[in-house]
Design a protein around this ligand. Structure first.
Ligand SMILES: Cc1cc2nc3c(=O)[nH]c(=O)nc-3n(C[C@H](O)[C@H](O)[C@H](O)COP(=O)(O)O)c2cc1C
Length: 174
């Protein structure tokens, strides 16, 4: 178990526009590779994250239903885009605009998953934070069994008939 330096804080680290965070996982979501930017922005070392579940950087402000959507999509071998607030080892946070996909070999076998993240459109982060806070509140109110359904209902309402993909892509390119 990795020790954190401190409690969750409001200290943000921003990804530079020239930086990309890359990581790969096995089929169960355990980290098998991360690039230098991942280590510098998250504050973890290679030794601490290798073979560890990717939820090592999960931030408590993130709704469960976002990750449910992520896993449902990548398990269908489709790519998913998402705004994600991640937790640094020191308790601070960093926002990313993430693309996550399945890694498939020439025989169509699933090798694992990989993700590339760059800096999000900062203008929309207040709206995204607000939406995630509403989703999280609905999840907590619904209780563990019904959480995903409750969070997803808030997200569907925010889409106003658009697909999730169009919704997030338009936010990022706004
Ligand atoms: C390739 C890949 C990259 C991921 N990147 C992140 C990430 O940056 N932050 C995060 O919180 N979860 C990420 N996840 C999702 C985690 O596996 C996990 O579902 C999520 O953190 C929620 O944790 P929980 O299922 O324990 O609630 C990633 C998953 C995969 C397959």
């Amino acid at each position: 178990m990795v020790q954190r330096y401190g409690a969750v804080s409001q200290v943000e680290t921003q990804l530079q526009s020239s930086e990309f965070i890359v990581s790969k996982t096995d089929v169960k979501g355990r980290i098998t590779y991360a690039n230098r930017v991942f280590y510098s922005i998250s504050g973890f070392t290679e030794k601490e994250v290798m073979g560890v579940q990717h939820n090592i950087v999960r931030h408590p402000d993130m709704p469960r239903s976002v990750f449910a959507l992520l896993w449902q999509t990548i398990q269908k071998r489709q790519e998913v885009f998402a705004f994600v607030k991640n937790l640094r080892k020191d308790g601070g946070y960093y926002w990313v605009w993430a693309n996550v996909t399945a890694s498939i070999d020439a025989q169509d076998q699933l090798l694992g998953y990989h993700s590339v993240r760059r800096c999000p459109n900062r203008a929309v982060l207040p709206a995204v934070s607000d939406l995630y806070a509403q989703m999280l509140a609905a999840e907590q109110k619904a209780g563990s069994k019904d959480a995903i359904q409750a969070g997803t209902a808030i997200l569907l309402n925010a889409l106003q008939g658009q697909s999730y993909e169009n919704f997030v892509l338009s936010l990022q390119s706004n």
